[in-house]
Design a protein around this ligand. Structure first.
Ligand code: FMN
Length: 322
């Protein structure tokens, strides 16, 4: 049996067990379309589609459909930060269903409402998890698969290695996808051989022709090595892996004492998180679309994961080589 024939490919009806993970602010419709057209599956990040790339969600999904009719997914961030946000997310899920999307990747919070909304229409839900506790919560909510976000992932990494997560989650009876640190064919094959049903990649897809991020950001990814990546709390309040630019070096990586105190408080932590979310959305959008974060005056943050970029020094294409 082919290594590419896995529970993930069978469940989603795709040829290659490779997910291009949702990325705020790097997921543009062209990247999602290119990955799906090539046989993997691209995942739309609705906030990126709407607020970074300026598409109405339905129009953006139709744009993807001009390139490919293969399956695509959508990311559903389900943290209940506000009722307004939750209502908006539910409306986006309905638009996606209406436009034929049948794969949903949930992160943060309880995915039950997503399952209840999409499963009756044949939708499949995979839940991002960093440890067993969250996996069990997701499974109690009815998810069909798990994305094991390891300690090498871009965005918000988990505390455990890919091997530890396979051990910890391997007996749960659903397909497991490896997210974090995969940047070349060898690492992709290794994850499948270890027992993962697929791989979710992020960083490696930013430095592609199809990604809409600024050329300076792509070049910084291609040029960076593991030692250029640091974890900073200053963007979202929890550790986020970014490229060490002169600005990051100057400003440091720890949240300020007042922010840290507010993040700990039972009541203040929710609004502190909202403030961080709004500010980071704006900061990351600006950094992804504008160049020059290497300049000493720039205050931009470029997200990237160490392992995925050390694998190769050349910009890959979203299309697999023949
Ligand atoms: C720039 C960037 C933004 C990301 N944004 C999101 C997001 O909005 N939602 C999400 O579920 N995951 C997000 N992720 C995580 C990716 O979907 C994926 O799991 C991760 O990048 C895999 O690790 P890798 O970068 O080592 O390949 C992001 C990752 C990166 C690098």
């Amino acid at each position: 049996m082919s290594l590419l024939d896995t529970p993930l490919t069978r469940q989603l009806g795709i040829d290659v067990p490779l997910i291009c993970g949702a990325m705020y602010p790097c997921s543009n419709p062209e990247l999602v379309a290119a990955v799906s057209a090539a046989g993997g599956i691209g995942v739309v990040q609705p906030l990126s589609m709407i607020y970074v790339y300026g598409h109405d969600l339905r129009e953006g999904l139709r744009l993807i459909r001009h390139t490919t009719d293969k399956p695509i997914g959508m990311n559903v961030l389900i943290e209940r930060s506000s009722k307004m946000y939750l209502d908006r997310m539910k409306a986006w899920v309905d638009v996606a269903l209406d436009e034929g999307v049948r794969f949903f990747v949930t992160s943060l919070g309880n995915p039950r409402w997503v399952v209840e909304r999409v499963a009756p229409m044949g939708g499949i839900v995979y839940h991002d998890v960093t440890e067993r506790k969250w996996a069990e919560k997701g499974l109690a909510g009815g998810v069909h698969g798990l994305i094991a976000v390891n300690d090498r992932a871009g965005g918000h990494a988990g505390p455990k290695s890919a091997a530890q997560l396979l051990d910890e989650l391997g007996d749960l009876g659903v397909p497991l996808v490896c997210a974090g640190g995969v940047g070349d064919e060898a690492a992709f094959v290794a994850a499948l051989e270890a027992g993962y049903a697929g791989v979710q990649m992020g960083t490696r897809f930013i430095a592609t022709d199809e990604c809409g991020a600024h050329a300076d950001y792509k070049h910084a990814i291609v040029a960076a090595t593991e030692s250029d990546i640091v974890l900073t709390e200053r963007v979202t309040g929890v550790p986020l892996s970014v490229i060490r630019t002169p600005y990051v070096e100057r400003i440091g990586t720890k949240a300020g004492p007042i922010a840290r105190w507010l993040l700990r408080g039972r009541r203040t932590k929710h609004w502190m998180r909202t403030i961080y979310a709004l500010r980071s959305a704006w900061q990351l959008k600006r950094a992804s679309l504008a160049g020059g974060a290497r300049e000493a005056t720039s205050k931009d943050y470029w997200q990237a994961a160490a392992a995925a970029l050390s694998a190769s020094g050349t910009a890959p294409s979203a299309r697999p080589r023949a």
